[in-house]
Design a protein around this ligand. Structure first.
Ligand SMILES: [Zn+2]
Length: 128
């Protein structure tokens, strides 16, 4: 990758990077300050707020990429809606309910059996 300089459209600064498909593109850990990925915004309690991403980070020879948002334009995350929380609660209940005795376990049951410890197939214990 040839090291070039790209002009940042949002503040006119110049920063090492390149333009791919008309989008400013930076290497891993070399994005200019003031930009953040969706997860980085989330870590600060922010979300893009309907704004489009303005740049991207590409790594592993372009096989991995992440969209970059302007931190200044990000808004405080409103958090999950009541419907989303109810949906998550229902999903958790399914993952914690034993398929054999119907007991609601205080932990997620293993995917392969979805049964609580007393109902679990005793095959491995007998073999041992
Ligand atoms: Zn059970």
């Amino acid at each position: 990758m040839a090291a070039t300089v790209v002009r940042l459209p949002w503040n006119g600064q110049h920063w090492p990077g390149r333009v791919v498909d008309g989008v400013p593109t930076f290497g891993f850990r070399s994005a200019p300050p003031g930009l953040a990925t969706r997860r980085q915004l989330r870590a600060r309690g922010l979300c893009p707020g309907g704004r489009d991403w303005v740049a991207q980070v590409r790594w592993r020879g372009g096989r991995r990429w992440a969209a970059l948002y302007l931190v200044d334009q990000a808004v405080e995350s409103p958090g999950a809606t009541t419907a989303q929380l109810i949906s998550l609660w229902k999903a958790q209940r399914v993952l914690r309910t034993c398929t054999e005795c119907g007991l609601l376990a205080p932990y997620r049951l293993p995917k392969f059996s979805r049964r609580c410890w007393p109902c679990r197939p005793a095959r491995r214990r007998e073999a041992a």
